[in-house]
Design a protein around this ligand. Sequence first.
Ligand code: 5AD
Length: 348
Amino acid sequence: MYNTIDKLFKNHDISDKELTDLITSAEYDDYLFEKADIVRKKHYGNSVYVRGLIEISNYCKNNCYYCGIRAENSLVERYRLLPDEILKCCETGYSLGFRTFVLQGGEDIYYNDDVVCSIISDIKASFSGCAVTLSLGEKSYLSYSRFFEAGADRYLLRHETADNDHYRLLHPQSMDPDNRKKCLFDLKKIGFQTGAGFMVGSPFQKTGNIISDIRFLKTLNPEMIGIGPFISHKNTPFGNYENGSVQLTLRIIALVRLMFPDALIPATTALGTMLDDGRERGIKAGANVVMPNLSPQDCRKKYEIYQNKLYSGEESAQALLKLRKKISSIGYTVSMERGDHKPENSLT
Ligand code: 5AD
């Protein structure tokens, strides 16, 4: 198996059979993480990029079976931030040194194209040198184009699972797996730095699904890849399902780093929620992005997509110093730069 890892390290690809063998064995994790770390350092050095995450709304018209803020969860206390409040969060973030703002939210019809575009242009005009990332779900080609024209730089939309049958087990019939994939190709075509991704250990997920996810990513070639463990939320149809495994998540992060050397890969809050040092472990396994929370304090606990989601501590933007210390203690450096994607062929 060490030979397989060496081959993956060299060629950034291996066969599905070899991938399956690696995914299903914990024995080679140390070697795998070591190799993934070398690849990351070659492309991005010791830098860990930070993004200020602003959770703009927990209203959502969708009903994904795994998600705590699904429309039918009547126990959620709903909120939405108005444009001025979003600007305020950016102001706080900018003075803390953040140069990327991620506007993430449920699919909330309040934010029509005009509202989103004016928020984007206000942010870009007020905070020079910053990047704007959107994560607002599925939209039309035209809407995405308008957001791009208004100045948005990046867009995150996890594909969730590339297998259409599996997708239908995780979502109601009204959600179309092909449309989700189309959105991702649209985003790439328009010119966004595009993020896809999936949960590890989502209900009914088989090893073969993870292989399909990786193959889908190879076809899409996204700039960013978000991978976190599934964590059950009691007020959802999947409330009684088991959580995903941290170790498997770390293994997939390492494999994905080896297969996508220049990708920006976050050590997710979900990893940090499952394990105290989950995010540090994610970084050691090849992740190079963290997304501290810049949302107003009273909103953070309301944006509970999974249970016990962290909302104070190092994932809080206000605790940047603590985060810096933690990250340097494991041998990396927090970078406050925009941290754009660096394509592999741009390296000298
Ligand atoms: N556990 C882990 N991740 C989840 N997400 C949504 N619900 C959960 C959950 N219960 C992820 C989805 C979504 C992202 C914003 O959060 O992958 O795309």
